[in-house]
Design a protein around this ligand. Structure first.
Ligand SMILES: Nc1ncnc2c1ncn2[C@@H]1O[C@H](COP(=O)(O)OP(=O)(O)OP(=O)(O)O)[C@@H](O)[C@H]1O
Ligand SMILES: [Mg+2]
Length: 330
């Protein structure tokens, strides 16, 4: 796992875009690891990449910038974007899911007790990525306590770290990369993300490359749903995407407290295909439309307040009418 990247691959081959012209291909090369490694995330073949994201990620992958920050609403695909890039490039990824109780020491590692009674050392995710070369994924960074964020300030730009417990100096491998994700990192829309902190400016300034991950286009989301929920009728997946788009706009305007995330469109589509079973064609469309009310309810409406629910059902009914689908919700 410690070898430096040796091979390169072009973005069109890696991320499923139609073939680029030769001069563009040459400029779109990404560094691959030799893999396989236990720490490479599993590949999701249904993942839909966006060219604008891939272009930014290239700066990070080639090492022009070592730290990248992805910020955006829940379910827009921040964590999975890093994981799926890593899966294509065969880059080991050491992830920590941040929470209010996380201590800096957990990122660094811990002293262990060996069977013979002597002491050893186990790297935490940050030191493992630094030592071996790979991605340190700081997921949900906005849950970090200020003390931990402060500790990270130093490490994020260091070329080495001396472990106090062992005295060992660990040098940053050339393939050491850091990716952080977070909702409302800018503090905007924080109300919907209770419990999160706005990371301090010093920490944010260590991320001089970033992506504001927005919801994908209706067409891309439909492609994703159809890949992830085999058997969903195209007219029904189009309905879910139109509906999600409308709900997201209402949320942005403050009319609804929660958006409808891609996580929810995928789950809902999977419930619908479970209801339609082996049916195909018009029969599948009819069965999926008949079960729409149940699928929406069990996927996320069950946790919405009654007034919000009514507002949502009105919107959902109007989209069904516009698309002329036999969906009855109220
Ligand atoms: N572009 C995409 N292609 C395929 N699946 C996607 C895409 N974007 C998101 N998803 C799917 O949507 C779900 C949510 O994605 P993910 O967990 O990456 O979101 P997130 O932005 O990290 O959310 P959170 O802020 O809640 O952590 C996952 O199942 C993921 O596979
Ligand atoms: Mg995430």
């Amino acid at each position: 796992m410690t070898q430096i990247t040796q091979a390169f691959a072009c973005a069109d081959d890696l991320f499923g875009f139609p073939r680029f012209p030769d001069n563009v291909r040459e400029a779109s090369r990404f560094p691959m690891k030799n893999g396989p490694s236990l720490f490479v995330p599993d590949r999701d073949d249904a993942y839909v990449f966006r060219k604008d994201h891939v272009r930014i990620i290239q700066f990070w992958a080639v090492g022009a910038e070592k730290n990248i920050l992805l910020q955006g609403e829940t379910g827009t695909g921040k964590t999975s974007l890093i994981e799926q890039v890593a899966a294509r490039l065969q880059w080991p990824t050491f992830t920590v899911g941040c929470h209010g109780g996380l201590e800096f020491q957990e990122l660094i590692g811990r002293v262990t007790l060996q069977p013979d009674g002597s002491t050893g050392w186990a790297d935490g995710p940050l030191i493992a990525a630094m030592r071996n070369g790979g991605i340190f994924l700081l997921d949900e960074m906005n849950f970090l306590k200020p003390e931990v964020a402060g500790g990270l300030n130093t490490v994020l730009q260091a070329t080495s770290y001396t472990v106090p417990e062992t005295g060992e100096t660990v040098w940053a491998h050339p393939d050491f990369r850091i990716a952080a994700t977070g909702n409302a990192v800018d503090g905007v829309g924080k109300g919907a993300y209770r419990g999160t902190q706005t990371p301090n400016i010093a920490l944010l300034s260590r991320f001089s490359l970033g992506i504001r991950v927005s919801y994908m286009s209706i067409q891309d989301e439909q492609k994703m749903i159809e890949a992830k929920a085999g058997g969903i009728a195209p007219s029904v997946s189009a309905y879910l995407c139109e509906l999600a788009d409308m709900v997201r706009k209402s949320h942005a305007e403050g009319a609804l407290k929660a958006p409808m995330s891609p996580r929810e469109t995928i789950s809902c589509a999977r419930r619908l295909t479970a209801y339609s079973g082996n049916l195909t064609g018009d029969d599948a469309v009819q069965a999926q439309c008949n079960s729409m009310a149940n699928a929406l309810e069990m996927t996320f409406l069950f946790r919405w307040a009654p007034e919000e629910r009514q507002e949502f059902l009105r919107a959902a009914t109007s989209v069904a009418k516009r698309l002329a689908l036999p969906i009855v919700l109220e």
